[in-house]
Structures are given as C-alpha cells and as structure tokens.
Write a protein that binds this ligand. Structure first.
Ligand code: LCS
Length: 394
C-alpha cells in the first residue's frame, strides 16, 4: 500500500504498517532488542545527531513500535504518533510536554479518574493549575479561561458519564487564546471519531481498550497533528522512559487489524442491550449515545461515526440494587477496562473513579448508582439473558 490515504479504513488496518524488510514478511516481526549496532563510530554519531536515519536504542525507537506508531498516525490523520507503556503514561507525557509551572489547564470534569488525580494531586505540586468543568456545555470552558490557560483537555464521550463535548467548538476556543486542544479518543477509537479533522492538536488513547481489543496488554499512544507538537511529545517520552515494549507493540498490531469489524459487531450488540435496558422496569435511567432518548444525539451525529459500545445506567434502588446486579451476572465479566471483545460490567464510584473525591465525582455526574457496561462481540441474546437474569435477582 503506497499511499494509505487512497484506501478505506479497514484496508488501512489490514495492509498499512509502512514496514518492509528483506524477507518480505507479511506481518511486522518483533524486533526484541534493546539496542542496535552502528556500522562505524561516525555512523553512530550521525544517528545521534539526527543527520542520518537509523535505530539507536529501543527507548528512543524500534522498528516494531514504529510500525504501530505509523499506522495509528495514519488512522488518526495526524503527523506521527508516540507509543507508550500505558494510557496513563500517555496522559502524563502530554501534561509534562505541554504544561509548565504557572500554566493552567481546563479539563472535562468527567474523565478517567487517574487522569484527573495525577493533575490535581501531583502536577499541582509543581505549580500547574487546573479547572475541571462540565465541558458538554462550552460556556463552562469560556468562563474558566485565564491569561495562563495553555491546554484544553477533553474526553468525549466522557468516562463514565457518556457526556459529549463539541470538539470543533473547543478547538476554536483553544486556538483563539493560543492554547492547544488535547482529546482523549479512547472511547471512540479512530474508527468512530477523528478529532484532528475537527481541530484537535493532540489525540491520545489508552491502547489497552479498543485499539488492542483483546484484554491482554496495557499500552497507550499519543498522536500529534504536526511535526512541532509531535517532536515535543516524543522528546518527553524518550526522556521520561515510558516507551512501549516491542512485544507489546506486536500484539497491538495484531489486535488492531480487526478494529473495524470488532466495533461494528459490538456496537450492534450495544444498541440492542441499551434498548433492552431502557425498557426494563428496574432501570431508572440510561445513557447510550445511540438511543433516541440521548440528550446530545445531534452532537453525536455531528462528530461521531457511530454511538460506540459503552453504556451507563442506574438501577432503581441505587447502589445496593446495582451491586446485586453486578454480583449475579454469569457470562459478563465483573471487571474494569473496556473496549475489548468481551462484555464487562463495573461500578465507577467504587472502582475506576474511586480515587477522585466524592465531591468531584458528584459534580462530574458520577453518582453512587452509576453502573458501566462495555459491550463485546458475544451473541447478543446471551448478553441480554445474563443481564435479565441478574436484574431479576434485585
Ligand atoms: N483514558 C481513558 C478514557 C481511560 O478509560 C483509561 C483507562 C485511561 C486513559 C488510562 O489508560 P491505561 O493506563 O489504563 O491504559 N480506563 C480504564 C477504565 O475505565 N477501566 O479500567 C481502566
């Protein structure tokens, strides 16, 4: 595939890695090496000076990792990408690369718990200021702008509230004040949403989720829209040392090939599960971007190519009833994480978002009764039967 832009998304997934070797390998081999030999002392010096292309050391770069980075950059319509050891490494690298002491960041209040904890409890120790607001209402962002605001950071759909933030409107605000827009695109993957096309400067993912899709590795990736911002991100990753491992990259390349069909199937299932839950007498409320009742459905249509596979809901009877449900599922796995081929159920207030203060959780709309589902690719009748039986136990 010479120019991936001439091909559709699924063809890019299968055929584009940009990797070529002397054996004509159909897949990207694992370069399980920490270091690379130089042809001469002069050659080594040139590689370090950047006047010659060549691999030096795996923390700095590695052919297996580079193949994954190239592929994700193409899928996200960015300049290039930096693969890292986890989604949290991606979040921390972005904060480290883009914020200085005295700078201010405005973020969605509902983000993955540790993305907020690392800013409020750790970056604050180095003088970085932050405001957490409901970014689903753009006016809340405008109200928080300070002369030192350098980053607007959004998660859309937000984990776990499913609130949608208007990416294009955020990019316009960020650029009007000389700030950058960072979008955590984990809940959509590049299959369902292209933040760079809507004006984002940086996109990040927990690769652990949809991109890998098989619940067998932890990883992250950051995509820069241009060379200037990409160089900052790569330099920070290399110096912090949170690189991905080549074996991990190999597994992600393998999982990534089926991203499109995995999401198509899981999304079809999620729609049926959401409709089942919405009509169930024991369900108090439900948020799934594919439902007619979803308040922000117009924005979903505007910036997403599908509603995704994540569902949040509350059971009548609150936390106790939700616990009964979670303790009685048989096939669904009671576990955190998301975006894999297997359906998972979890309780954000006591699990993924438990390290946030109760006050922050409540203000962000993460109530004690919220139960989160990540729908997989199993037979949908089995998922619904499992939930139905567990709901009957309440
Ligand atoms: N961003 C989002 C939106 C996430 O959901 C997560 C993890 C991360 C970043 C961090 O990625 P990690 O370091 O775990 O690869 N979300 C999780 C969740 O909701 N359940 O378990 C992990």
């Amino acid at each position: 595939m010479k120019n991936p832009k001439d091909y559709g998304f699924n063809s890019q997934l299968i055929h584009y890695s940009g990797h070529h070797d002397q054996y004509g390998s159909a897949t990207v081999p694992i370069y399980q090496t920490s270091t690379f030999s130089f042809e001469s002392a002069e050659d080594g010096a040139e590689c370090f000076a950047g006047t010659k292309d060549g691999y030096i050391y795996t923390r700095i770069g590695n052919p297996t990792i580079k193949a994954l980075e190239r592929q994700i950059a193409v899928l996200e319509h960015g300049y290039d990408a930096v693969a890292v050891s986890s989604g949290m490494a991606a979040v921390s690298t972005v904060y480290m690369a883009l914020l200085n002491a005295g700078d201010h960041m405005i973020s969605s209040a509902a983000v993955y718990g540790p993305s907020r904890v690392v800013m409020e409890q750790h970056f604050s120790r180095f003088g970085v200021q932050s405001s957490y607001v409901n970014t689903a209402d753009i006016e809340n962002i405008k109200k928080e702008i300070r002369p030192n605001t350098k980053v607007i950071y959004i998660e859309t759909p937000a984990n776990p509230t499913m609130d949608i933030t208007d990416i294009k409107a955020c990019a316009e605000i960020a650029h009007s004040i000389g700030a950058v827009l960072v979008v955590d695109n984990t809940f959509c993957s590049p299959y369902l949403q292209s933040p760079i096309d809507l004006g984002a400067d940086v996109v990040l993912h927990s690769i652990t989720k949809f991109i890998n899709g098989h619940a067998d590795i932890v990883g992250g990736v950051i995509i820069g829209k241009d060379k200037q911002i990409y160089d900052k991100l790569r330099t920070m990753m290399v110096n912090m040392g949170c690189n991905m491992d080549p074996h991990q990259a190999y597994l992600v390349i393998r999982g990534l090939k089926t991203l499109g069909i995995r999401i198509d199937r899981a999304q079809e299932n999620a729609m049926k599960v959401a409709e089942f839950l919405e009509n169930h007498p024991k369900i108090e409320w439900i948020k799934y971007p594919g439902l007619k009742s979803f308040a922000q459905k117009d924005l979903v249509r505007k910036q997403m190519r599908g509603p995704g596979t994540m569902i949040s809901f509350g059971v009548k009877g609150g936390l106790d009833a939700g616990r009964t449900l979670m303790n009685n599922v048989e096939m669904l796995i009671l576990a955190v994480s998301l975006g894999g081929i297997e359906s998972l159920i979890q309780h954000p207030a006591s699990m993924t978002h438990s390290k946030m203060s109760k006050d922050s959780r409540e203000k962000a709309g993460i109530g004690e009764g919220l139960v989160r589902l990540s729908i997989g690719i199993e037979n949908v009748d089995d998922i619904i039967r499992d939930l139905s039986r567990a709901l009957d136990k309440i």
